[in-house]
Every structure is written in structure tokens, then in C-alpha cells.
Write a protein that binds this ligand. Structure first.
Ligand SMILES: C[S@@+](CC[C@H](N)C(=O)[O-])C[C@H]1O[C@@H](n2cnc3c(N)ncnc32)[C@H](O)[C@@H]1O
Length: 281
């Protein structure tokens, strides 16, 4: 798969370019608040929860979830290099050994997920499933559907999915969004259509040297597509909006980054979606 090769080859660059502090005050904050007890973000807001993070990359969100009290957080990614980075980072925390695990698998294949986490054993096991910038790698609605179907199998009744993906407006107003990302570490280069789905060519840039480091080809799914595939797989969509900022997020200190990535309360290249499992498959 393209994404496995791309992230295996570029995991170090991705982690260097993308590991800036604001993500934990914005994307990770929104996800954690969204799945937490009473929708609060506090020291122990994920206490006793079992959570799976799909497309976990090098494990930042898993670490953040354990800090917030998660009993168990499992990260899954298709890139072995990302999984190795995640293990290297979290194995420095002996006190966390029993609370995290990282596994390599294709998150759009029930068969493949079943090999690393047998459904027979783990059905109805997790309280919540998160995923940041993974569903844009589902190459078709069929793959997206398989993703939500496997989430349904692993989640408890009333369990939540919380995810962040590309803002659907990118496909509708490409030129405007391309302009907005022109100084960002992640820039929109071009857009084409493949099997009726809008595919973006996105580039990761070193913003100091302005050098293009590597490119990816995510798909922009519309709100309606995401909502419909969720419904078909036993979920009810509860939120579909922009991610929120942590109240301590110092906009003044971080404004250059925010400006580069045009993160505002009313616009962003990201969208946050939360759904509840209302029917078991
Ligand atoms: C943009 S990165 C996001 C990583 C992490 N969620 C974050 O926010 O930092 C996308 C991740 O999804 C992973 N990925 C892509 N396709 C995948 C698939 N089919 N199954 C599992 N992981 C996949 C990549 O290896 C990569 O680590």
C-alpha cells in the first residue's frame, strides 16, 4: 500500500515536522474531550477507559490518553517504522507497561485486524476508538465502510468513535484552501479525481528551508458520505465540526503556527467527527 511505503520511508521527517506542541492543544485535546466521561478534559477524564487509536503514528495520542488515566490504550498503524517509534518512546515509561500496546495492521481490513486482535476475544472490549488523519487513506467507500464495521465490532454498546480528517470544503473550494496553506508545513499542491472521489496531492514542507520533503494522496470525504457510512454501520453521528482549542492555548504565543496552518475557531483544514454506536453488527 502506498501509505505504508510513504510512512515507512518518511516516519522520521513526519515526526520532526509534525510534532509541534499545538497538536496536543487542538487535535488531541478535541478527541480526548470528545470521548471522555461527561465530555470534560481533566487530569483523569479517561479513567478506567479502554481506547484504541487507529492510524496511531508514533503514539502521541496514546501517550496523552494514558496521561489522562486510560486503563488501556492500543495504537494500530500500517507502518512498522511508526510502530517502532511509538514503542521506543513509550517503553521509557515502565509504569505504563501494562497500559499500552502498539500493533501493525491495515485498519481498513477486518481480516487483518482480526489477526492482531481476535474479534472473538475483543468484541465489545473498547469504550472508544479514535483516529487522527486515517480515514482519508481509505481508498474507497467500501474501505471506509469496512473501517466503521470493524470499529462497531470492537466497541461496547454506546461506545464512541472520535476522528479528525480533512475538511470536506477543501474539495469544494480547492483554490482558496491551497492559498491558505501556502506557508503551512502541510500544503495542498493539486487535486484530481479517482473513481469519483477527490484526491488531494499534499506536501510536507520544512518551513525553515521551504523544501518539499514528501507527498501524500489523501481522499476528501464529504460530511454526507462519512455520516451515511457511519449510519450503515450502526453509528449515529453526534458532532461534525471544527476541532476546538484547549482553553490554555496561548494564541498570541503560538500565532505564527496558527497563521501558517490557518487554525481558527471557524475554519481549518481539519474536521472533527464524533459518533455513537447505537446498533451492534
Ligand atoms: C497523517 S499520519 C497521522 C498519524 C497520527 N494519527 C498523528 O495524528 O500524528 C497517518 C498515519 O496513518 C497510517 N496509515 C495509513 N494508512 C493506514 C492503514 N490502511 N492502516 C493503518 N494505518 C494507516 C500511516 O502509517 C500514518 O502513521
Amino acid at each position: 500500500m502506498e501509505s505504508e511505503e510513504v510512512y515507512d520511508a518518511n516516519h522520521t521527517k513526519f515526526n520532526e515536522l509534525w510534532k509541534s506542541g499545538w497538536r496536543c492543544y487542538y487535535e488531541e485535546y478535541t478527541i480526548i474531550k470528545g470521548i471522555s466521561i461527561n465530555k470534560e478534559y481533566s487530569e483523569s477524564c479517561l479513567q478506567n477507559m479502554r481506547i484504541m487509536d487507529l492510524g496511531c503514528g508514533s503514539g502521541d495520542l496514546v501517550a496523552h490518553m494514558i496521561e489522562k488515566g486510560a486503563e488501556k490504550a492500543v495504537g494500530v498503524d500500517i507502518s512498522q517504522k511508526m510502530i517502532d517509534d511509538a514503542n521506543d518512546r513509550l517503553f521509557t515509561r515502565e509504569d505504563w507497561y501494562s497500559r499500552f500496546a502498539f500493533e501493525k495492521a491495515n485498519c481498513f481490513s477486518i481480516e487483518n485486524m482480526n489477526e492482531i486482535m481476535p474479534i472473538e476475544k475483543y468484541a465489545h472490549y473498547f469504550d472508544a476508538i479514535s483516529s487522527i488523519f486515517l480515514i482519508c487513506y481509505a481508498e474507497s467507500e467500501r474501505e471506509l465502510s469496512e473501517f466503521f464495521r470493524l470499529c462497531n465490532r470492537y466497541l461496547k454498546d454506546n461506545g464512541n468513535i472520535a476522528l479528525i480528517t480533512l475538511n470536506p470544503r477543501i474539495a469544494l473550494e480547492f483554490a482558496e484552501y491551497q492559498e491558505k496553506t501556502k506557508n503551512s508545513p502541510f500544503r495542498l499542491i493539486s487535486m484530481r479525481e479517482n473513481n469519483g472521489l477527490p484526491v488531494v496531492e499534499g506536501g510536507f514542507y520544512d518551513i525553515e528551508t521551504n523544501e518539499l520533503k514528501f507527498t501524500i494522496h489523501p481522499i476528501v470525504y464529504s460530511r454526507e458520505q462519512i455520516q451515511q457510512v457511519l449510519e450503515e454501520n450502526g453509528f449515529e453521528t453526534e458532532e461534525m465540526e471544527y476541532p476546538a482549542f484547549h482553553p490554555d492555548f496561548d494564541v498570541n504565543v503560538l500565532s505564527p503556527i496558527i497563521t501558517m496552518d490557518f487554525l481558527t475557531r471557524n475554519d481549518s483544514k481539519n474536521i472533527f467527527c464524533k459518533a455513537k454506536k447505537v446498533r451492534s453488527l
